[in-house]
Write a protein that binds this ligand. Structure first.
Ligand code: NAP
Ligand code: MG
Length: 404
């Protein structure tokens, strides 16, 4: 049978450690037997980032901007230990941070639902996608520790000479102050990414903040969302989906009582905290996908987890590992489905959906990696496989699905 291919390349970004090993094995066993891979390839391994002074990351990000679809393997974000381990000349930025700033995108994290792995929250039937506004707020705040009686003020100095000053607090003893900001432009991009993604996947958007308390800051988020939504309203109605704003505390309560199946749009800090809560409640980080969506419609898919360093060192010593490759496979299937959509390519769409079915059916039939054993709710006992036999089982199932 002729291999399936497509016209515009998908940007492929290879990464580090255990996920790098799995990446090659996924291509070899699941993709290359069926696809003529039309990819624009970038090696984002730390070694290659060091060799190119991190230019390779910027090139990859620009390629995603050009071609519109990318798929990325997990990569090491250097810290001081890695500086030593890899003899780095510089503590290079997180590749995800670089790509995000080039694309100005929003990250959507969604769990992969499998019947035999039940979420801790009994009512959740469908995945909950968390959209985190990864710009500004407390992550870019200025903080000062006050060590004696003092007056703290907030002061804005406009270019045109105007000044606005507001007292924050009169300290009678030591304390702390924080000043944070956001920009209308970034909030608008965030809102547009959320609404575009919602149309793409056909799900409601729930946005939550605390505008009753933060009557200027959070209220601005709410009004920007309302304004941007006006441009999407008709299309939302046509697709039968909704946009709703609620207070963050009310929203948390409603999420817990919900069935899932919506996009939960959150400010930076809320998104940081709630995405970990949702991931844990759904099971394993290895079953969580992540997609970066830019406001102009570029999509970059990846697994939400890291390079699984601990397993990699076992692998290097020749020991058996049981690393879950599901999120990485779903990063590929997500990118392939997106490309199938942009090119109206039915054969590619069918392949990507079959790949996902092959993964789900492998798990449903009880063949799993170690991380899923404690989460297992299936009828009979699961079989724990090593990293590579898990992929062979999926490959076998994929062959059956494609030939049926
Ligand atoms: P990690 O790679 O996500 O792994 C943390 C632990 O979670 C693992 O040791 C393992 O637990 C479990 N785990 C994660 N993914 C798994 C999988 N696919 N299958 C089975 N178990 C899995 O996080 P980390 O160890 O904190 O970070 C390692 C490196 O990844 C760091 O250099 C970091 O910079 C990088 N990182 C990259 C990205 C990215 O590229 N998007 C994201 C996060 C971190 P057990 O050891 O208990 O089995
Ligand atoms: Mg977090």
């Amino acid at each position: 049978m002729a291999k399936i291919t497509w016209k515009t390349p998908i940007v492929e970004m290879q990464g580090d450690e255990m996920t790098r090993v799995l990446w090659d094995r996924i291509k070899e066993t699941l993709l290359l037997p069926h696809l003529e891979l039309n990819t624009d390839f970038y090696d984002l391994s730390l070694t290659e980032r060091e060799r190119t002074k991190d230019e390779v990351t910027v090139k990859a990000a620009n390629a995603i901007k050009k071609y519109g679809v990318g798929v990325k393997c997990a990569t090491i974000t250097p810290n001081s230990r890695r500086m030593e381990e890899y003899k780095l000349s510089n503590m290079w930025r997180s590749p995800n941070g670089t790509i995000r700033s080039v694309l100005d995108g929003t990250v959507f994290r969604a769990p992969i639902a499998v019947g035999a792995i039940a979420p801790y929250v009994g009512g959740w039937k469908k995945p909950i996608t968390v959209a985190r506004h990864a710009y500004g707020d407390v992550y870019a705040a200025s903080e000062i520790a006050v060590d004696a009686p003092a007056k703290a003020e907030l002061k804005i100095m406009y270019k045109d000479g105007r000044e606005v000053v507001k007292e924050i607090f009169g300290f009678s003893s030591s304390g702390i102050v924080q000043g944070m900001y956001n920009t209308d432009k970034s909030i608008e991009s965030f809102a547009r990414s959320c609404f575009s993604y919602a149309l793409d996947v056909g799900q409601d958007v729930w946005f939550a903040a605390k505008d009753t308390i933060s009557k200027t800051y959070d209220a601005r988020f709410k009004s920007v969302f309302d304004e941007v939504f006006q441009g999407y309203k008709e299309r939302f109605e046509k697709h039968g989906i909704k946009y709703e704003y609620s207070l963050i505390d009310d929203s948390v309560a409603r999420v817990i009582r919900s069935e899932g199946g919506f996009i939960w749009a959150l400010k930076n800090y809320d998104g940081d905290v709630m995405s970990d809560m949702v991931a844990t409640a759904f099971g394993s980080l290895a079953m969580m996908t992540s997609v970066l969506v830019s406001p102009d419609g570029c999509y970059e898919y990846e697994a939400a987890h890291g390079t699984v360093t601990r397993h990699y060192y076992k692998y290097l010593k020749g020991e058996s590992t049981s690393t879950n490759s599901v999120a990485t496979i779903f990063a590929w299937s997500g990118a392939l489905k997106k490309r199938a959509q942009t090119e109206n390519n039915a054969a590619l769409k069918n392949f990507a959906e079959s790949l996902e079915k092959a993964v789900i059916s492998t798990i449903e039939s009880g063949f799993v990696t170690g991380d899923l054993i404690p989460l297992w709710r299936g009828a009979s006992a699961p079989v724990k496989l090593d990293s590579f036999s898990f992929l062979s089982h999926i490959s076998e199932n994929l062959g059956k699905i494609l030939n049926s």
